[in-house]
Design a protein around this ligand. Structure first.
Ligand code: PGA
Length: 259
């Protein structure tokens, strides 16, 4: 049984005060639920410390980061070490989000190095893959996903412990921030492909426990039908995760689907 996982990706939004306000509001709401669901909030780096202080008192949700460098230290001006993120109690780190691939020219080869570094520090990478509209329209979706998975996970070994897990997020680029989410059927088709990829690479047991998230215009009114699909285990949520009430609505929708 895979426990549903919702990850809030705030991108470059919310300062420290806004982060604290959101976290306090979320804690208050989460007091009311005791169903099994895992929640992660990925704020900008500048909010991590404040969040880590709040989080240390309660474990209602986990902290994640949106990116990291693959080296532990050194002359990399402007970069953040995975060791620093671990020190901030981060449990998850996003890798290869399409905005990083597009605006910061991140390659799947660089993602592979980051994934290994994140595991080395006992955190869980959330590896993002997805095709552009042009690639989908020219029937290249599965080639692109396959290439991103092959290169990004090439020599990755998944640690055999409870500390860390591999999470994969399928985020079609054409669905991110556009209001046009993939249909549950389109998402499920790609998720099934990803699960087969994992099975071929690491075997049946790993494939059945790996959580696969869908991302791209997830909202309170579409999360339930997406979560109803067998291979969709959660969501990576951008815009709709900025508002604590909307985020909590999605938590409740997810719980109502899995019950
Ligand atoms: P969105 O973003 O929910 O605003 O489409 C998702 C993401 O970029 O992770």
């Amino acid at each position: 049984m895979r426990i549903p996982l919702l990850i809030a990706n705030w991108k470059m939004n919310h300062n420290v005060n806004e982060t604290i306000k959101f976290a306090t509001g979320l804690e208050r709401n989460l007091d009311k639920i005791d169903e099994a669901i895992d929640l992660v909030v990925c704020p900008p780096f500048t909010s991590l410390y404040s969040l880590s202080v709040i989080i240390s008192e309660s474990a209602a949700f986990e902290i994640g980061a949106q990116n990291c460098h693959f080296e532990t230290s050194g002359a990399f001006t402007g970069e953040i070490s995975p060791a620093f993120l671990a020190e901030m109690n981060c449990r998850y780190v996003l890798v290869g989000h399409s905005e990083r691939r597009q605006h910061f020219f991140e390659t799947s080869e660089a993602c592979e190095k980051k994934i290994k570094a994140i595991f080395k520090h006992d955190m869980s990478p959330v590896y993002c893959v997805g095709e552009t509209l042009e690639q989908r329209q020219s029937q290249k979706t599965f080639d692109i996903i396959s290439e991103q998975l092959t290169k990004g996970l090439n020599s990755v070994t998944i640690p055999n412990n409870e500390e860390a897990e591999l999470v994969i997020a399928y985020e079609p680029v054409w669905a991110i921030g556009t209001g046009n989410n993939a249909t549950p059927e389109q998402a499920e088709e790609v998720h099934t492909f990803i699960r087969h990829f994992i099975e071929k690479k690491w075997g049946q047991e790993q494939a059945s426990k790996t959580r696969l998230l869908y991302g791209g215009s997830v909202k309170p009114d579409n999360i339930k039908v997406l979560m109803a699909k067998e291979n969709i285990d959660g969501a990576l949520i951008g815009g709709a995760s900025l508002d604590v009430d909307l985020f909590f609505k999605m938590v409740k929708e997810t719980i109502s689907q899995t019950n």
